[in-house]
Design a protein around this ligand. Structure first.
Ligand code: ARG
Length: 290
């Protein structure tokens, strides 16, 4: 109201230069104080959501992980709404070793790393492949397993090898290494925010093939084929080989160091291999490529 009436006065007095200056001064001061107040709010918000450190996690007594639970056997949504899978077991073990409680946030895959970087989550645990590109923005723990990008088609498809994909349309999950690989290698790509939709696209013929991590491919194709309907096939030729690790903000160095101790220990003492076995998933140790 105040500002509005001042504005009116300005209009009426626009030829009275001194008065106008005074009014402008006042206006300027108001604008500056509003900007200052907004900056303070922004600073407060930023301080609130600072990326995790070892001390901050211990202090709040909680490790907050972000995951996209459309990725069996690593993370899937169970009937009661909780997330289960290999990585959830690993995360639970890490939280236990740290003596903190585990909180699981369900997030679209392509928003996880941003949320980790701005401090909304302490760590991204979602089948993350370690890449040089991602390393520019986040820190990775030591890898705990090896995976690959596999090609999935409908039974009877003319596509039998990677070479047959030329000129074909491929479904991928947005923000994944599968998407990046296909784009960088000149394939035609249709990106979906959930893996389930990417699978649906190959199933109903919207695309010719689906590129997806190998263990998830095996699991989702098996579940699909058991349900009946159009059968899917995983081709034996893979596109890439990629290590999986957990992703942290650049500021979380001491936390990564602490968690590396647990990851290395669980790889070395067979804990990781045993969890894979529990989920009937073939395990390839990261040492296989070291
Ligand atoms: N390994 C791939 C990547 O890092 C795909 C991971 C997808 N994860 C998921 N939970 N949907 O990009």
């Amino acid at each position: 109201m105040d500002t509005f009436s001042e504005g009116k006065m300005n209009l009426n007095q626009c030829f009275v230069s001194e008065e106008t200056e005074n009014q402008e001064d006042k206006m300027m001061k108001k604008v500056l104080s509003i900007i200052l107040a907004m900056m303070m709010v922004l600073f407060a918000a930023a301080a609130f959501a600072a990326p995790a450190t070892l001390a901050s996690v211990k202090e709040k007594g909680e490790l907050v992980i972000a995951t996209s639970p459309d990725f069996p056997p690593f993370e899937t949504l169970s009937g009661d709404g909780s997330v289960t899978g290999i990585e959830m077991e690993l995360a639970a073990k890490i939280a236990e070793k740290m003596g903190v409680k585990l909180t699981v946030e369900q997030v679209n895959f392509d928003s996880i790393l941003l949320g980790v970087m701005n401090g909304s989550y302490d760590v991204g645990i979602s089948g993350f492949s370690v890449t040089e590109e991602r390393k520019k923005n986040v820190l990775f723990t030591d890898p705990y397993c090896m995976a690959a990008q596999a090609i999935v088609v409908v039974e009877g498809s003319p596509i039998a090898t990677k070479a047959d994909l030329e000129g074909k349309l491929i479904s991928v999950q947005a923000g994944t290494t599968g998407e990046l690989y296909c784009l960088q290698n000149g394939y035609n790509v249709e990106s979906y925010s959930s893996n389930t939709d990417a699978q649906m696209a190959v199933q109903n013929g919207t695309v010719d093939a689906w590129v997806i991590d190998d263990l998830t491919a095996a699991e989702m194709v098996k579940a699909n084929n058991e349900k009946g309907g159009k059968k899917l096939v995983v081709l034996s030729e893979a596109m890439t080989a990629e290590p999986y690790a957990f992703a942290f903000a650049k500021e979380s160095g001491d936390l990564v160091e602490a968690i590396n101790g647990y990851v290395d220990e669980m790889v070395a003492d067979g804990t990781v291999a045993a969890i894979f076995e529990k989920y009937d998933a073939p395990y390839t140790s990261p040492d296989a490529v070291k």
